[in-house]
Write a protein that binds this ligand. Structure first.
Ligand code: NCD
Length: 302
């Protein structure tokens, strides 16, 4: 059976722990400059990005090269989609060239799953719609485990635009499977009505939700997915929901901040918080994107 990586919900706690362990081994090897087994030697990955990306696309490329493979970067803007070719025909056309793995980002719900039914190579979901971003959840979990030594029992707040965030959705599944206590902090209009897992605490004020949190994960307002009438004013949003140093301190002196990026400075997060040399995990998480994706690619296509 072809091994895809489409959704956190497809994996057990043990399988996710094994992926985290493998990602940690790659992270250690990268830092120490150790030789890495070239699991993708002679293989070609096809990066199919139908939506923009900086971190995810580049780190999948890096990960493929670090494993000895090659990457082709296909972009929707420069493809024949603009000449009226259908989505399915485009996929079947590129799949006919026999890539060893397809890495895919798409704005439509379930698109990578659909593609996995049409092609005969593994498909890795690099983010679809507001629903899934499984490799982001893996790299976030890896970063949390490095910083705090564990995930189980930690109190983790995910704050901001939860309603439109695939990062929140995948993290909720991943972190709750690993035994974290989750809190969601969001304004009423960005708070989902229901959650896929039990036991999540919900708060509509940072002051109420932050005290006692070990990790505070901030999210960008995904204006491209919001009803225009609902888009909040940046200054008001910052006043009510922006993470400032004072608010981070409310969580506790050891609380650390995360953000999947891209972030909007002065909106969901203040400059001194995101740039903090010890309390911001942002760049560590970006770096972890490479070993986390190496673990996924090696397991699907190695
Ligand atoms: C996010 C995404 O594209 O889902 N970024 C990422 O992959 N690191 C979050 C966002 O766009 O706000």
């Amino acid at each position: 059976m072809t091994r895809h990586f489409l959704s956190i919900t497809d994996f057990s706690k043990d399988e996710l722990s094994a992926l985290l362990d493998q990602a940690q081994r790659y992270a250690d090897a990268l830092v120490k400059g150790k030789k890495i087994k070239t699991a993708l030697q002679g293989k070609v990955a096809l990066n199919l990005f139908f939506e923009n990306s900086t971190r995810t696309c580049t780190s999948f490329e890096m990960a493929t090269y670090r494993l000895g493979g090659n990457v082709i970067n296909w972009r929707a803007e420069t493809s024949s989609l603009s000449k009226g070719e259908s989505f399915r025909d485009t996929i079947q056309t590129v799949a006919a060239m026999k890539p060893d793995v397809i890495i895919m980002r798409h704005s439509e719900y379930n698109a990578p799953y659909q593609v996995s039914k049409w092609v005969d190579c593994p498909v890795v979901n690099a983010g679809d719609s507001y629903r899934e971003h499984p490799t982001q959840a893996l790299l976030d979990a890896l970063t949390i485990r490095q910083a705090k030594g564990r995930i189980e029992g930690l109190t983790i707040a995910i704050c901001g635009d939860i309603a439109h965030s695939r990062v929140a959705s995948s993290n909720i599944h991943f972190l709750s499977k690993m035994g974290a206590k989750l809190r969601i902090i969001a304004p009423e209009f960005l708070m989902p009505q229901t959650f896929p897992v039990e036991g999540i605490g919900t708060f509509t004020s940072m002051e109420d939700g932050l005290p006692g949190c070990d990790i505070v994960m901030m999210l960008r307002n995904q204006k491209e997915r919001m009803d225009a009438a609902l888009i909040p004013d940046d200054a008001t949003y910052h006043k009510d929901f922006g993470l400032t140093m004072a608010r981070l301190d409310l969580a506790g002196p050891d609380a650390l901040v995360m953000h999947p990026g891209p972030f909007n400075r002065g909106v969901e997060v203040a400059d001194d918080v995101i740039d903090h040399t010890t309390r911001s995990l942002y760049l560590k998480a970006v770096a972890n994107g490479v070993p986390a994706r190496m673990a996924v690619l090696a397991s699907c296509a190695g």
